[in-house]
Design a binder for this molecule. Structure first.
Ligand SMILES: Nc1ncnc2c1ncn2[C@@H]1O[C@H](COP(=O)(O)OP(=O)(O)O)[C@@H](O)[C@H]1O
Ligand SMILES: Cc1ncc(COP(=O)(O)O)c(N)n1
Length: 269
């Protein structure tokens, strides 16, 4: 059984953060573990409160994994501040962990800040250079590269700038794109650009899509699967999860993490 560690925030609503990651790991048949960075009081209407943990508390959770179980891949989500980013980066280096997927979570869909502004430089300085892939949405990619993204050419330029920061691969996600019909993601491995196309699903229930997508990439990388194939599976996983709607809560509801495996079972029958 391959093992995957998520280092992220807890979402009491169960649709994003640690909860989305662990559900995704389970569905993709890997053993999920967690180091919690912050506890959020959150539901489909927004984030009501954030309680960050100390960098030491995060580091100790990582030590617990590192000194016993080990991990085949890591996914980082909400890291909240520069001190936690430094602690996480230090531990990844100390244990020599590879297959590091960084979802540079900055702002929740309702507008709440999940990363302090001054932490962006720490993300660029400490974490991206030791990462396998970074998975920003369009506003996050704009923030990391200090440029506006309005076209495919802009996305390509932003992806190049991300690789220049030392990360091996970058995928710029299309959820925030202005295209009303498509939600395409662009992967760049430093040599080739690959577009993962999908139809945009008309729904407000997209809470946790980015968390789920990056967790799925980490799960696949832990199995020794190559980046392009891992991103393809993650894209299929999130498309199925958004499509098979749950209608939970009054606001931006969660996706259905069981939908991808259900669709595989149905195609087998
Ligand atoms: N309405 C939608 N229809 C289809 N795919 C979507 C939709 N919204 C987001 N996605 C997909 O979900 C994943 C997460 O994207 P995005 O919403 O941009 O991330 P984030 O949650 O970090 O803001 C990407 O693969 C994106 O293409
Ligand atoms: C604890 C936590 N982590 C991350 C997100 C971002 O969620 P999304 O994937 O919708 O951008 C969130 N709302 N809460």
């Amino acid at each position: 059984m391959r093992k995957v560690l998520t280092i992220a925030g807890s979402d009491s609503g169960g649709g994003a953060g640690i909860q989305a990651d662990i559900k995704t790991f389970q569905e993709l048949e890997v053993f999920g573990m967690s180091a919690i960075t912050a506890i959020t009081a959150q539901n489909t209407l927004g984030v009501q409160a954030v309680f960050p943990l100390t960098p030491d508390a995060v580091a100790e959770q990582m030590d617990s994994i590192g000194t016993d179980m080990g991990t085949d891949a890591i996914k980082t989500g909400m890291l909240f501040n520069g001190e936690i980013i430094q602690a996480v980066s230090g531990k990844i280096k100390q244990y020599g962990w590879t297959n590091v997927v960084v979802d540079p979570v900055m702002i929740a869909k309702g507008g709440a800040s999940l990363l302090k502004l001054d932490a962006i430089s720490a993300l660029k300085k400490y974490l991206l250079p030791i990462s396998t892939i970074v998975t920003p949405n369009i506003p996050e990619a704009e923030e990391l590269t200090s440029m506006k993204i309005e076209s495919l050419e802009d996305k390509k330029e932003a992806a190049r700038r991300l690789i220049d920061l030392g990360v091996k691969n970058a995928v710029i996600k299309g959820g925030h794109d202005t295209d009303p019909l498509k939600s395409n993601d662009l992967l760049y491995d430093g040599v080739n650009f690959i577009i993962f196309e999908s139809d945009r699903i008309q729904t407000k229930n997209t809470h946790g899509t980015g968390c789920t997508f990056s967790a799925a990439i980490a799960a696949e990388l832990s199995k020794g699967i190559q980046i392009e194939k891992a991103v393809k599976t993650a894209k299929d996983f999130i498309q199925a999860a958004i499509e098979d709607q749950l209608y939970i809560g009054l606001g931006h509801g969660p996706t259905n993490h069981g939908a991808y495996r259900k669709s595989l079972r149905e195609t087998r029958i």
